[in-house]
Design a protein around this ligand. Sequence first.
Ligand code: NI
Length: 239
Amino acid sequence: MRRLGGVMAVVLSVAVMWALLLRPAGEESSSDLHLEVPEGEKLIALTFDDGPHPQHTAVLLDGLQARGAKATFFLVGCQVELAPELVGRMAAEGHQIGVHTLDHVQVNGLARAEFDRQVEGLRRALYPLVGERELWLRPPYGIMDDNTLRWADGPVVLWSVDPEDWRDGNTQRVVEHIVARVRDGDIVLLHDIYPQSVQAALQVVDCLQNQGWRFVTVEQLLQLKGRAGEAGQVYRCVR
Ligand code: NI
């Protein structure tokens, strides 16, 4: 038995070493970041919920790539099935991916098993597409309770700027709402299932990049502000 225990210890320590070795690899996407923010440069994190959409998200990814802008996508399970290749593309192009539940349900009041199915179940469905990595949570409608924070198993991301882009399909109104209000460290809520929102987002990038703004993921926003995302913490903006 002692011998078996020794073998188990070796197996375990090899597993731990692998875990330690593999851990930085998952974070490599952010290591090409310049970790200093030049004076005068301001940071903004665009976030897109409810996607991916087979057409509109593809247009958005093209536009972000052409502009060198990064964003964060909070995905819904049923949409992922429609465009799994776009999820892989998001990851490959350095965007952050998070979960917005399998079925776009309110997570407050859920029993533990159903919460896990909606959140952890989506994470497990995404791993084959993006590799095992942290997938932060944005609860649908921004509604949550104490259990949400306890069970999230990662940071919870809300927003500080909401142009209500679902309201009227008015690209210009959405652009003006964001540009007029945005402050350094803001997290902006948009939805890449609407073509007007995709156009608005790209216009916002064009407008603000010219004024010295840098478009980063939520995780990069935290890093660049000298912080790390903590499990069970809610982030609306990072000042
Ligand atoms: Ni949503």
